[in-house]
Ligand binder design. Structure first.
Ligand code: URA
Length: 246
């Protein structure tokens, strides 16, 4: 059924609760209002306002700490209500390489750090093979890691377009402030956010520009865990990354 987490300490039988009052039908005005009534519009009609608010908040931040605080406080994303922890970034912000993933999974949501579950361990092994690490203090040998979304989507479903749209202003500012030399776009959601395109099996291995910087699409570590033969191409992509750094 998709249930993977208890949300309350004790079970709550919602079928036993008193029926909610019948919704009040909105009165249709005889004269149409001059401006559309917000309460009668569909759920997504406030998306432009939420995106503008995210843009204004992000633009006002001059440090990564300020940006993390502003993004965590931002309420314009429903996912925040169901997630346990805000997941901003991990690794060394001075790193030359920024790894962009998709969204926190279960373990990331528990710990409040990106890529700390099985896919994260795979990622550590992958970058380790070319001498990079999230623990490195030397910017030349370090990586910095973040995701398109900072809150976990329930049941690890794909991020929705509106969730990506309100997260993008923060992500753009995040990348500007971290100022990496190169970006690795891990999987389709990162390619969508950075290039406006999906189709990772065609995109992978081809250098492009994302967020104003050279970017290399690669297959996601979670995909490699499910499809070990694809590690061969991932290795070629890692060598391409390493050569570009040199
Ligand atoms: N997958 C991602 O894309 N990001 C994470 O942080 C974890 C898994």
């Amino acid at each position: 059924m998709g249930v993977d987490e208890p949300m309350l300490d004790a079970p709550l039988d919602r079928f036993d609760l008193a029926a909610p009052p019948a919704p009040v039908q909105p009165q249709i005005p005889l004269v149409p209002p001059l401006a559309p009534a917000l309460s009668l519009t569909s759920e997504d009609d406030d998306l432009p306002a939420r995106v503008s608010q995210a843009e204004a908040l992000a633009a006002a931040c001059d440090t990564l700490d300020a940006l993390a605080a502003a993004q965590e406080r931002f309420d314009g994303i429903e996912l925040k209500k169901g997630a346990r922890n805000f997941c901003f970034a991990d690794g060394n912000p001075a790193a030359r390489v920024l790894i962009l993933g998709e969204a926190p999974g279960d373990e990331e949501d528990r710990q409040g750090r990106p890529f700390v579950g099985r896919a994260g361990q795979m990622l550590d092994r992958m970058v380790g093979a070319i001498g990079l690490s999230r623990q490195a203090t030397d910017a030349e040998k370090a990586i910095y890691i973040t995701n398109v979304l900072t809150w976990r989507p329930p049941g690890n479903r794909d991020p929705r377009p509106d969730e990506i749209a309100v997260s993008l202003p923060f992500l753009r500012r995040h990348i500007d402030l971290a100022a990496p030399d190169l970006i690795v776009l891990m999987g389709n959601i990162a390619c969508d956010a950075g290039l406006g395109r999906r189709g990772i099996l065609r995109l992978r291995g081809h250098w492009d520009q994302a967020f104003g910087r050279p970017a290399l699409p690669m297959t996601h570590p979670a995909y490699l865990l499910r499809n070990p033969p694809a590690k061969r191409e991932a290795w070629a992509d890692l060598l391409s990354l390493s050569a570009r750094l040199d």
